[in-house]
Design a protein around this ligand. Structure first.
Ligand code: PMP
Length: 417
Protein backbone atom coordinates (compact mmCIF):
# COMPACT_ATOMS: atom_id res chain seq x y z
CA UNK A 1 0.00 0.00 0.00
CA UNK A 2 1.36 3.42 -0.92
CA UNK A 3 1.27 6.36 1.48
CA UNK A 4 1.87 10.08 1.21
CA UNK A 5 5.47 11.08 1.85
CA UNK A 6 6.00 12.68 5.26
CA UNK A 7 8.23 15.19 3.44
CA UNK A 8 4.95 17.03 2.86
CA UNK A 9 4.62 18.70 6.26
CA UNK A 10 0.91 19.00 7.06
CA UNK A 11 -0.45 21.54 9.51
CA UNK A 12 -3.94 20.05 9.88
CA UNK A 13 -5.70 16.73 9.44
CA UNK A 14 -8.59 18.31 7.54
CA UNK A 15 -9.56 16.54 4.33
CA UNK A 16 -11.63 18.81 2.15
CA UNK A 17 -14.76 17.49 0.54
CA UNK A 18 -15.73 20.68 -1.25
CA UNK A 19 -15.15 24.39 -0.86
CA UNK A 20 -17.04 27.56 -1.74
CA UNK A 21 -16.01 31.19 -1.29
CA UNK A 22 -14.22 31.53 2.05
CA UNK A 23 -15.41 28.17 3.34
CA UNK A 24 -14.00 24.66 3.30
CA UNK A 25 -16.41 21.77 3.91
CA UNK A 26 -14.45 18.86 5.31
CA UNK A 27 -15.00 15.11 5.20
CA UNK A 28 -15.29 15.17 9.00
CA UNK A 29 -18.62 16.97 8.55
CA UNK A 30 -17.35 20.34 9.81
CA UNK A 31 -17.00 23.57 7.91
CA UNK A 32 -13.97 25.82 8.32
CA UNK A 33 -13.47 29.49 7.59
CA UNK A 34 -10.48 29.34 5.28
CA UNK A 35 -8.09 32.20 6.02
CA UNK A 36 -5.25 30.28 4.33
CA UNK A 37 -6.65 30.31 0.75
CA UNK A 38 -4.22 27.52 -0.18
CA UNK A 39 -1.33 29.84 0.87
CA UNK A 40 -2.65 32.92 -0.86
CA UNK A 41 -3.88 31.22 -4.02
CA UNK A 42 -7.70 31.12 -4.19
CA UNK A 43 -7.88 34.87 -4.70
CA UNK A 44 -11.50 34.97 -5.90
CA UNK A 45 -12.57 32.51 -3.18
CA UNK A 46 -13.01 28.80 -3.65
CA UNK A 47 -14.74 27.80 -6.88
CA UNK A 48 -15.90 31.22 -8.04
CA UNK A 49 -18.72 30.36 -10.51
CA UNK A 50 -17.20 32.44 -13.32
CA UNK A 51 -13.75 30.84 -12.91
CA UNK A 52 -15.32 27.36 -12.75
CA UNK A 53 -17.31 28.03 -15.93
CA UNK A 54 -14.29 29.37 -17.83
CA UNK A 55 -12.20 26.34 -16.87
CA UNK A 56 -14.99 23.88 -17.68
CA UNK A 57 -15.52 25.42 -21.10
CA UNK A 58 -11.79 25.34 -21.82
CA UNK A 59 -11.44 21.67 -20.77
CA UNK A 60 -13.92 20.73 -23.49
CA UNK A 61 -11.96 22.68 -26.13
CA UNK A 62 -8.29 21.91 -25.52
CA UNK A 63 -6.49 20.98 -22.28
CA UNK A 64 -2.87 21.06 -23.32
CA UNK A 65 -1.29 22.74 -26.29
CA UNK A 66 2.46 23.06 -25.97
CA UNK A 67 3.16 26.70 -26.70
CA UNK A 68 6.51 26.13 -28.41
CA UNK A 69 4.72 23.81 -30.83
CA UNK A 70 1.23 25.34 -31.16
CA UNK A 71 -0.10 28.50 -29.57
CA UNK A 72 -3.49 28.50 -27.85
CA UNK A 73 -6.05 31.29 -27.45
CA UNK A 74 -6.24 31.29 -23.61
CA UNK A 75 -2.53 32.16 -23.41
CA UNK A 76 -2.99 35.05 -25.83
CA UNK A 77 -6.07 36.20 -23.89
CA UNK A 78 -4.21 35.94 -20.58
CA UNK A 79 -1.40 38.10 -21.94
CA UNK A 80 -4.00 40.71 -22.98
CA UNK A 81 -5.81 40.53 -19.66
CA UNK A 82 -2.63 40.78 -17.58
CA UNK A 83 -1.67 43.73 -19.76
CA UNK A 84 -4.63 45.63 -18.28
CA UNK A 85 -3.30 45.27 -14.72
CA UNK A 86 0.49 45.18 -15.14
CA UNK A 87 2.55 48.37 -15.13
CA UNK A 88 2.76 49.54 -18.75
CA UNK A 89 6.51 49.05 -18.73
CA UNK A 90 6.21 45.30 -17.98
CA UNK A 91 4.80 44.48 -21.40
CA UNK A 92 6.31 41.06 -22.13
CA UNK A 93 5.32 37.86 -20.33
CA UNK A 94 6.67 34.33 -20.06
CA UNK A 95 4.51 31.65 -18.39
CA UNK A 96 5.52 28.75 -16.16
CA UNK A 97 3.70 26.59 -13.61
CA UNK A 98 4.78 27.44 -10.07
CA UNK A 99 6.23 30.33 -8.13
CA UNK A 100 9.61 28.64 -7.90
CA UNK A 101 9.81 28.25 -11.66
CA UNK A 102 8.95 31.91 -12.14
CA UNK A 103 11.80 32.81 -9.78
CA UNK A 104 14.18 30.59 -11.74
CA UNK A 105 13.09 32.33 -14.95
CA UNK A 106 13.56 35.77 -13.40
CA UNK A 107 17.09 34.92 -12.20
CA UNK A 108 18.02 33.52 -15.62
CA UNK A 109 16.61 36.54 -17.40
CA UNK A 110 18.54 38.95 -15.14
CA UNK A 111 21.76 37.06 -15.85
CA UNK A 112 21.14 37.01 -19.60
CA UNK A 113 20.09 40.66 -19.75
CA UNK A 114 23.12 41.92 -17.79
CA UNK A 115 25.78 39.34 -18.66
CA UNK A 116 26.53 39.28 -14.91
CA UNK A 117 26.48 36.38 -12.45
CA UNK A 118 25.80 37.57 -8.90
CA UNK A 119 22.46 37.97 -7.17
CA UNK A 120 21.68 39.91 -4.00
CA UNK A 121 18.76 38.52 -1.99
CA UNK A 122 17.46 39.71 1.37
CA UNK A 123 17.44 37.98 4.74
CA UNK A 124 14.10 36.39 5.58
CA UNK A 125 12.96 36.27 1.95
CA UNK A 126 11.24 33.21 0.52
CA UNK A 127 11.47 32.42 -3.18
CA UNK A 128 10.89 28.68 -3.56
CA UNK A 129 12.20 25.14 -3.30
CA UNK A 130 13.91 24.50 -6.64
CA UNK A 131 17.68 24.87 -6.32
CA UNK A 132 18.01 28.37 -7.79
CA UNK A 133 14.99 29.66 -5.89
CA UNK A 134 16.10 27.93 -2.66
CA UNK A 135 19.55 29.47 -3.13
CA UNK A 136 18.08 32.96 -2.82
CA UNK A 137 15.74 31.92 0.03
CA UNK A 138 16.55 32.52 3.69
CA UNK A 139 13.12 32.55 5.37
CA UNK A 140 13.63 28.97 6.50
CA UNK A 141 16.41 26.42 6.64
CA UNK A 142 14.09 23.61 5.60
CA UNK A 143 14.75 24.32 1.91
CA UNK A 144 18.54 24.78 2.40
CA UNK A 145 19.86 22.69 5.26
CA UNK A 146 21.50 19.51 4.01
CA UNK A 147 21.23 20.52 0.36
CA UNK A 148 24.41 22.53 -0.01
CA UNK A 149 26.33 23.75 -1.74
CA UNK A 150 23.63 26.04 -3.06
CA UNK A 151 23.92 28.07 -6.27
CA UNK A 152 27.07 30.18 -6.03
CA UNK A 153 27.12 33.95 -6.48
CA UNK A 154 24.26 34.67 -4.06
CA UNK A 155 24.74 37.29 -1.34
CA UNK A 156 22.25 37.95 1.44
CA UNK A 157 21.84 41.54 2.51
CA UNK A 158 20.09 42.58 5.74
CA UNK A 159 16.36 43.15 5.28
CA UNK A 160 14.76 46.23 6.87
CA UNK A 161 12.73 44.38 9.50
CA UNK A 162 12.46 46.94 12.28
CA UNK A 163 10.80 44.49 14.69
CA UNK A 164 13.82 42.19 14.39
CA UNK A 165 16.37 44.97 14.88
CA UNK A 166 14.39 46.82 17.61
CA UNK A 167 14.96 50.09 15.74
CA UNK A 168 12.65 52.61 14.13
CA UNK A 169 11.83 52.04 10.47
CA UNK A 170 14.05 54.96 9.54
CA UNK A 171 17.04 53.65 11.51
CA UNK A 172 16.55 50.16 10.11
CA UNK A 173 16.43 51.38 6.51
CA UNK A 174 19.55 53.46 7.07
CA UNK A 175 21.40 50.48 8.58
CA UNK A 176 20.38 48.14 5.76
CA UNK A 177 21.44 50.61 3.06
CA UNK A 178 24.80 51.10 4.78
CA UNK A 179 25.29 47.31 4.91
CA UNK A 180 24.35 47.04 1.24
CA UNK A 181 26.92 49.63 0.34
CA UNK A 182 29.50 47.75 2.44
CA UNK A 183 28.57 44.57 0.57
CA UNK A 184 29.26 46.36 -2.73
CA UNK A 185 32.72 47.25 -1.44
CA UNK A 186 33.59 43.89 0.07
CA UNK A 187 31.66 41.00 -1.48
CA UNK A 188 30.04 41.66 -4.83
CA UNK A 189 31.08 44.49 -7.13
CA UNK A 190 28.06 46.28 -8.60
CA UNK A 191 29.48 45.52 -12.06
CA UNK A 192 29.29 41.78 -11.27
CA UNK A 193 25.79 42.03 -9.80
CA UNK A 194 22.95 40.98 -12.09
CA UNK A 195 19.98 41.54 -9.78
CA UNK A 196 18.36 42.29 -6.48
CA UNK A 197 15.53 39.91 -5.69
CA UNK A 198 13.07 41.10 -3.06
CA UNK A 199 9.50 40.56 -1.90
CA UNK A 200 7.87 44.00 -1.55
CA UNK A 201 5.96 42.37 1.31
CA UNK A 202 7.76 39.38 2.80
CA UNK A 203 5.42 36.39 2.85
CA UNK A 204 6.86 33.30 4.52
CA UNK A 205 9.23 35.65 6.37
CA UNK A 206 6.24 36.78 8.44
CA UNK A 207 4.13 39.32 6.48
CA UNK A 208 6.49 42.24 6.75
CA UNK A 209 6.03 45.27 4.52
CA UNK A 210 9.32 46.43 3.01
CA UNK A 211 9.56 50.13 3.88
CA UNK A 212 8.83 52.22 0.74
CA UNK A 213 12.01 54.26 1.40
CA UNK A 214 14.03 51.04 1.05
CA UNK A 215 12.26 49.97 -2.16
CA UNK A 216 12.88 53.44 -3.63
CA UNK A 217 16.55 53.34 -2.62
CA UNK A 218 16.95 49.89 -4.22
CA UNK A 219 15.34 51.18 -7.42
CA UNK A 220 17.80 54.05 -7.44
CA UNK A 221 20.87 51.86 -6.74
CA UNK A 222 19.73 49.41 -9.44
CA UNK A 223 19.33 52.24 -11.97
CA UNK A 224 22.71 53.77 -11.21
CA UNK A 225 24.54 50.44 -11.53
CA UNK A 226 22.70 48.63 -14.32
CA UNK A 227 21.38 46.04 -11.85
CA UNK A 228 17.96 44.43 -12.45
CA UNK A 229 15.40 44.87 -9.70
CA UNK A 230 13.33 41.67 -9.43
CA UNK A 231 10.17 41.97 -7.35
CA UNK A 232 8.84 38.58 -6.30
CA UNK A 233 5.06 39.07 -6.33
CA UNK A 234 4.27 35.36 -6.03
CA UNK A 235 2.69 35.71 -2.58
CA UNK A 236 1.95 39.41 -2.08
CA UNK A 237 0.73 40.10 -5.62
CA UNK A 238 -2.84 40.08 -6.99
CA UNK A 239 -4.75 42.42 -4.75
CA UNK A 240 -4.05 41.15 -1.22
CA UNK A 241 -2.22 44.28 -0.13
CA UNK A 242 -4.98 46.61 -1.35
CA UNK A 243 -2.88 47.28 -4.47
CA UNK A 244 -2.92 44.99 -7.47
CA UNK A 245 0.84 44.42 -7.08
CA UNK A 246 2.67 44.90 -3.80
CA UNK A 247 5.51 46.93 -5.37
CA UNK A 248 2.89 49.61 -6.07
CA UNK A 249 2.84 50.37 -2.32
CA UNK A 250 6.13 52.19 -2.78
CA UNK A 251 5.39 53.60 -6.23
CA UNK A 252 8.38 51.91 -7.89
CA UNK A 253 8.36 49.59 -10.90
CA UNK A 254 10.62 46.54 -11.01
CA UNK A 255 12.59 45.50 -14.10
CA UNK A 256 11.38 41.92 -13.73
CA UNK A 257 8.36 40.72 -11.77
CA UNK A 258 7.33 37.22 -10.82
CA UNK A 259 3.69 36.22 -10.39
CA UNK A 260 1.88 32.99 -9.49
CA UNK A 261 -0.55 31.82 -6.76
CA UNK A 262 -3.50 34.26 -6.96
CA UNK A 263 -3.35 34.92 -10.71
CA UNK A 264 -5.57 31.94 -11.59
CA UNK A 265 -7.65 31.26 -8.43
CA UNK A 266 -6.00 27.88 -7.80
CA UNK A 267 -5.09 26.62 -11.25
CA UNK A 268 -1.33 26.15 -11.56
CA UNK A 269 0.21 28.86 -13.68
CA UNK A 270 2.94 31.40 -12.99
CA UNK A 271 5.01 33.81 -14.98
CA UNK A 272 7.42 36.66 -15.23
CA UNK A 273 6.83 40.08 -16.74
CA UNK A 274 9.48 42.50 -17.96
CA UNK A 275 9.88 45.15 -20.61
CA UNK A 276 10.24 43.59 -24.05
CA UNK A 277 13.63 45.30 -24.43
CA UNK A 278 14.85 43.18 -21.48
CA UNK A 279 12.91 40.04 -22.41
CA UNK A 280 14.38 40.00 -25.91
CA UNK A 281 17.87 39.65 -24.41
CA UNK A 282 16.94 36.09 -23.39
CA UNK A 283 18.03 33.65 -26.00
CA UNK A 284 15.33 31.44 -27.53
CA UNK A 285 14.93 28.20 -25.62
CA UNK A 286 16.51 29.57 -22.43
CA UNK A 287 13.03 29.71 -20.88
CA UNK A 288 10.43 27.03 -21.44
CA UNK A 289 9.02 23.71 -20.26
CA UNK A 290 6.46 21.12 -21.24
CA UNK A 291 3.53 22.57 -19.33
CA UNK A 292 4.37 26.25 -19.36
CA UNK A 293 1.17 28.26 -19.68
CA UNK A 294 -1.45 25.50 -19.54
CA UNK A 295 -4.62 26.31 -21.50
CA UNK A 296 -7.12 25.54 -18.70
CA UNK A 297 -5.04 27.48 -16.15
CA UNK A 298 -4.74 30.40 -18.56
CA UNK A 299 -8.52 30.44 -19.16
CA UNK A 300 -9.05 30.45 -15.38
CA UNK A 301 -6.46 33.22 -15.11
CA UNK A 302 -8.27 35.41 -17.65
CA UNK A 303 -11.52 35.06 -15.73
CA UNK A 304 -9.76 35.61 -12.37
CA UNK A 305 -8.39 38.97 -13.48
CA UNK A 306 -11.78 39.98 -14.93
CA UNK A 307 -13.60 39.01 -11.71
CA UNK A 308 -11.08 40.94 -9.59
CA UNK A 309 -11.60 44.05 -11.73
CA UNK A 310 -15.37 43.81 -12.21
CA UNK A 311 -16.15 42.91 -8.58
CA UNK A 312 -13.74 45.60 -7.30
CA UNK A 313 -11.91 43.05 -5.19
CA UNK A 314 -8.72 45.09 -4.70
CA UNK A 315 -10.78 47.82 -3.03
CA UNK A 316 -12.56 45.16 -0.96
CA UNK A 317 -9.19 43.74 0.14
CA UNK A 318 -8.09 47.22 1.26
CA UNK A 319 -11.30 47.82 3.23
CA UNK A 320 -11.49 44.38 4.79
CA UNK A 321 -7.79 44.66 5.62
CA UNK A 322 -8.39 47.82 7.65
CA UNK A 323 -11.29 46.08 9.41
CA UNK A 324 -9.14 43.03 10.18
CA UNK A 325 -6.24 45.14 11.48
CA UNK A 326 -8.62 47.05 13.78
CA UNK A 327 -9.87 43.77 15.26
CA UNK A 328 -6.46 42.11 15.68
CA UNK A 329 -4.19 44.96 16.83
CA UNK A 330 -5.74 45.24 20.32
CA UNK A 331 -4.62 41.63 20.97
CA UNK A 332 -0.98 42.75 21.07
CA UNK A 333 -1.85 45.31 23.76
CA UNK A 334 -3.64 42.71 25.86
CA UNK A 335 -1.05 39.94 25.63
CA UNK A 336 2.66 40.30 26.35
CA UNK A 337 3.27 37.04 24.49
CA UNK A 338 2.26 38.70 21.23
CA UNK A 339 5.33 40.61 20.12
CA UNK A 340 3.67 42.28 17.19
CA UNK A 341 0.51 42.25 15.09
CA UNK A 342 1.32 43.47 11.62
CA UNK A 343 0.67 43.20 7.93
CA UNK A 344 -0.86 45.04 5.06
CA UNK A 345 -4.27 44.66 3.43
CA UNK A 346 -5.52 41.11 3.86
CA UNK A 347 -2.04 39.76 4.75
CA UNK A 348 -2.01 39.82 8.57
CA UNK A 349 0.21 38.11 11.09
CA UNK A 350 0.99 37.77 14.77
CA UNK A 351 4.41 37.17 16.24
CA UNK A 352 4.43 34.93 19.36
CA UNK A 353 7.14 35.28 21.99
CA UNK A 354 7.90 33.59 25.28
CA UNK A 355 8.05 35.36 28.64
CA UNK A 356 11.75 36.02 27.92
CA UNK A 357 10.88 37.83 24.67
CA UNK A 358 12.37 35.09 22.48
CA UNK A 359 10.42 33.65 19.52
CA UNK A 360 8.05 30.91 20.69
CA UNK A 361 7.02 28.51 17.90
CA UNK A 362 5.09 26.29 20.33
CA UNK A 363 2.73 29.14 21.21
CA UNK A 364 2.12 29.85 17.52
CA UNK A 365 1.36 26.19 16.88
CA UNK A 366 -0.98 25.99 19.87
CA UNK A 367 -2.90 29.04 18.63
CA UNK A 368 -3.10 27.53 15.14
CA UNK A 369 -4.50 24.27 16.52
CA UNK A 370 -6.96 26.09 18.81
CA UNK A 371 -8.15 28.16 15.82
CA UNK A 372 -8.68 25.01 13.77
CA UNK A 373 -10.60 23.50 16.66
CA UNK A 374 -12.83 26.56 16.64
CA UNK A 375 -13.34 26.33 12.86
CA UNK A 376 -10.72 28.73 11.47
CA UNK A 377 -7.79 27.66 9.28
CA UNK A 378 -4.56 29.67 9.64
CA UNK A 379 -0.91 29.31 8.59
CA UNK A 380 2.34 29.57 10.53
CA UNK A 381 5.59 30.96 9.14
CA UNK A 382 8.77 33.02 9.78
CA UNK A 383 12.38 31.93 10.30
CA UNK A 384 11.53 30.89 13.88
CA UNK A 385 8.13 29.50 12.90
CA UNK A 386 6.59 31.60 15.66
CA UNK A 387 4.23 33.64 13.47
CA UNK A 388 0.57 32.88 12.76
CA UNK A 389 -0.52 34.42 9.48
CA UNK A 390 -3.86 34.73 7.75
CA UNK A 391 -4.65 35.64 4.18
CA UNK A 392 -8.39 35.58 3.41
CA UNK A 393 -9.79 35.61 -0.12
CA UNK A 394 -10.10 38.99 -1.85
CA UNK A 395 -13.90 38.71 -1.79
CA UNK A 396 -14.15 37.92 1.93
CA UNK A 397 -17.19 39.66 3.46
CA UNK A 398 -17.25 42.04 6.44
CA UNK A 399 -19.18 39.37 8.41
CA UNK A 400 -16.58 36.72 7.60
CA UNK A 401 -13.80 39.04 8.76
CA UNK A 402 -15.70 39.62 12.04
CA UNK A 403 -16.19 35.89 12.46
CA UNK A 404 -12.57 35.04 11.61
CA UNK A 405 -11.18 37.68 13.93
CA UNK A 406 -13.35 36.50 16.81
CA UNK A 407 -12.34 32.86 16.21
CA UNK A 408 -8.67 33.89 16.18
CA UNK A 409 -9.14 36.02 19.31
CA UNK A 410 -10.83 33.08 21.06
CA UNK A 411 -7.93 30.83 19.99
CA UNK A 412 -5.34 33.29 21.31
CA UNK A 413 -7.24 33.67 24.57
CA UNK A 414 -7.66 29.94 25.04
CA UNK A 415 -3.85 29.59 24.80
CA UNK A 416 -2.65 32.77 26.52
CA UNK A 417 -5.53 33.11 28.97
N1 PMP B 1 8.06 33.25 -4.07
C1 PMP B 1 7.28 33.59 -3.02
C2 PMP B 1 7.28 35.01 -2.55
C3 PMP B 1 6.51 32.62 -2.37
O1 PMP B 1 5.76 32.95 -1.32
C4 PMP B 1 6.54 31.29 -2.85
C5 PMP B 1 5.71 30.20 -2.21
N2 PMP B 1 5.39 30.34 -0.89
C6 PMP B 1 7.35 30.98 -3.94
C7 PMP B 1 8.08 32.00 -4.54
C8 PMP B 1 7.42 29.60 -4.51
O2 PMP B 1 6.20 29.28 -5.11
P1 PMP B 1 5.78 27.76 -5.39
O3 PMP B 1 5.54 27.13 -4.05
O4 PMP B 1 4.55 27.89 -6.22
O5 PMP B 1 6.90 27.14 -6.13
Amino acid sequence: MATLSPALKQSSSVVVDHAKGSWIYAQNGRRYLDFTTGIGVTSTGHCHPRVVKAAQEQIGKVIHAQATTVMHQPMLDFIDELGTVLPEQLNSIFFSNSGSEAVESALRLAKMATGRQNIIAFQGGFHGRTMGAASVTSATLTVRSGFGPMMPGVFFAPYPNSYHYHWSEEETVEFCLRELDFMFHTQTDPKDTAAFIIEPVQGDGGYIKTPPAFMKALRDIADRNGIMLICDEVQAGVGKTGHFWSHQISGITPDIMTMAKGIASGFPISGIAANESIMKLAWPGSQGGTYCGNAVSAAAGVETIRVIKEEHLVANAAERGVQLAGLLHPLAQRHANIGEVRGVGLMRSMEFIGDDGDPDPQLARKVQLAAEDGGLLTLTCSPYNNVVRIVPALNVSAEEIDEGASLLTAAVESVLG
